[in-house]
Ligand binder design. Structure first.
Ligand code: PLP
Length: 439
């Protein structure tokens, strides 16, 4: 064992109490209340849909929002290692590498024309900074400057100042000046009613009013998710994106679709918008793209948006990018992930498996502490009566060897797309065991 292996082994396999104490003392965990102990759930290794904690306990993974190929997939890990040893990175603002075009072309192949032009960034949040710059720039290029954005109040586009300004979720509120005017649309119906076809005119009416809220200041873009992830696992009515497309066309507004969570199989399709036959002007995707192996996000724009940036007076293009944008290892991980999705037919399977899992819990809707059961692709959502009830389900599930996600009062099962039938059955068994019994 060389010195590096020894150091890694020492860090990994030291006394669990020492490892936990280090974490408690030195790590500032993302989105975490001060004093909360995240070292209580400390993981050391994983395979497929199973993950082990530092005490050797095994869990079914149902909480990884970005997991497509699962953990330690041999094809993805091999692609990452090979690329790191061949060419890990060059600056794509000045040069390029052989995988950037291959990945951008691949993404374009899943989307309708004219969505053929991809800007790579490292996270969904950065993707929205870029997408909003694109929308505002596009309006200027059309000779009608606009900067207002319309978005869901319960939407979540990310953590940067700009991205969080597109939301009214409590976690997104900030003490800084919003960089541009935003009109937020509240859910006009409770989440449990929103997926029904009757909700469509009500929801579209709310967006129409927001778009027309200030006739002197029409919006540059409407920014929406096809499924509100952080906003509580909210399924929207069929025809929502198509209806928004029509509203945007009527008002010269760009439609920017947030597929950070939904793309690459999670929603049971490569892209939810493409499945719905809708052509946005800009699509942002991220989580499933490289399955969480390496950070990457893609902002894919129509050629009509791209070409207008030739008029930029400073650089003749979009003034945006990061040192690690289009990182070659991330591109390699993404291409390998997409290969696995296609070879293992994981996208179609996600739709089928999600349906099978949801069928086993559907009867719980409206009983006990379960307000609603809903699903999109391979995401099963149980909305509980309160956040505390949802927290209790998560704690009991963990005790039964199952990791779940919580967004507000919604409990979400989000397993890797590679989970097999037996794993999915065990996940639902453990979820059922974690629900409160009759009082
Ligand atoms: C729908 C959606 N958009 C954007 C983001 C932000 O992405 P990131 O966390 O990679 O910045 C998230 C993250 O959860 C998301 O779920």
């Amino acid at each position: 064992m060389g010195p590096i292996d020894a150091a890694v082994a020492a860090a990994r396999y030291a006394d669990p109490d020492v490892v936990r104490e280090r974490d408690r003392r030195h790590v500032w965990h993302t989105w975490t209340p001060v004093g909360a102990d995240r070292s209580a759930a400390m993981f050391t290794h994983a395979s497929g849909y199973r993950i082990w904690d530092i005490d050797g306990r095994e869990y079914i993974e149902g909480s990884a929002l970005n997991s497509t190929c699962g953990y330690a997939h041999p094809e993805v890990t091999r692609a990452v290692a090979e690329q790191a040893g061949r060419l890990h990175h060059v600056d794509v603002s000045l040069t390029s590498h052989d995988l950037a075009g291959a990945l951008a072309e691949r993404i374009a192949s899943y989307l309708p024309a004219p969505l053929t032009r991809t800007l790579f960034v490292n996270s969904g949040s950065e993707g929205f900074d870029a997408a909003v710059l694109m929308a505002v720039g596009h309006a200027a290029h059309q000779g009608r400057p606009r900067s207002r954005i319309v978005a869901f109040a319960r939407g979540y586009q990310g953590a940067t100042v700009l991205a969080r300004s597109l939301s009214d979720l409590p976690r997104c509120r900030h003490p800084m000046t919003a960089p541009l005017p935003v009109t937020l649309v509240d859910l006009p119906l409770p989440p449990r009613d929103l997926r029904r076809p009757e909700a469509l005119p009500v929801l579209l009416d709310a967006f129409e009013r927001a778009i027309g809220a200030d006739p002197a200041d029409p919006p540059a873009a409407v920014v929406v998710e096809p499924f509100l992830n952080v906003g509580g696992g909210v399924v929207l009515p069929p025809g929502f994106l198509a209806g928004l497309r029509a509203l945007c066309d009527a008002t010269g507004t760009l439609l920017v679709v947030d597929e950070v969570f939904t793309a690459y199989g999670r929603a049971g399709a490569m892209f939810a918008c493409a499945r719905d036959g809708v052509v946005p002007d800009v699509v942002v995707s991220s989580k499933g793209l490289a399955g969480g192996y390496v950070p990457i996000a893609a902002v894919t724009a129509g050629e009509h948006v791209y070409e207008g940036f030739a008029a930029d007076p400073v650089i003749g293009g979009l003034r945006y990018g990061h040192t690690t944008s289009g990182h070659a290892v991330a591109c390699a991980a993404a291409l390998a992930t997409l290969d696995v999705l296609e070879k293992e037919n994981l996208v179609e399977r996600a739709e089928w498996l999600g349906g099978r899992m949801a069928a086993r819990v559907a009867h719980l809707a409206g009983t006990g502490e379960v307000v609603d059961v809903r699903r999109l692709g391979l995401v099963v959502v149980l909305e509980m009566t309160t956040e505390d009830a949802a927290l209790a389900v998560l704690a009991r599930a963990r005790a039964h060897g199952l990791l779940l996600r919580r967004q507000g009062a919604a409990v979400m099962a989000v397993p890797p797309l590679v989970i097999d039938d037996a794993g999915a059955d065990a996940l639902v068994d453990r979820l059922l065991a974690a629900l409160p019994g009759p009082a």
